[in-house]
Design a protein around this ligand. Sequence first.
Ligand SMILES: [Zn+2]
Ligand SMILES: [Zn+2]
Length: 182
Amino acid sequence: MKALVHDGYGNIALQNRPLPAIEKPTDAVVRVTRSTICTSDLHIMRGAVPRAEPDTVLGHEFVGVVEQVGAGVTRFSPGDRVAVNCETFCGSCFFCRRGWVNNCVEGGWELGCRIDGCQAEHVRVPFADNAFTLIPDTVSDEDALFLGDILATGWWGGRASPRSRRAPPSPLSARAPWALPP
Ligand SMILES: [Zn+2]
Ligand SMILES: [Zn+2]
């Protein structure tokens, strides 16, 4: 498959990579139908993300169709059209139980950073039951594309976070989707 790979030294290139496969029972493989870029991709390219792994497919904002699921995936099936959360999280560790999924001891920002991401034709997604949101038939891929990171980040920064609930809306709130990394 075609995939956009970052080499760890600021260079990206379109490469032919093997199709991803299920590695753990909680994994799924998704065929990407729409993906977009994020400022965080640029942060990786500029060396500002020390935890990023070289030789990794970039990208963590996408929608697609589930192609395969592991034996431990119970909420989704092949053929489901899904938006994918940019965060990888187990749902049961200390941090996940408090809603701080970015700090999950088994995940956090993994896709496109430490494991192959979505600037590719297919992606392996860990903890698929936590990662996916089913897209209703009435919602297009284009409209759902921003759900996994940009829209959710903007909602958190502008409306839902404790700090934003204490303060009136500001111009920064309106810029939150672009101002904040995942
Ligand atoms: Zn992002
Ligand atoms: Zn966790």
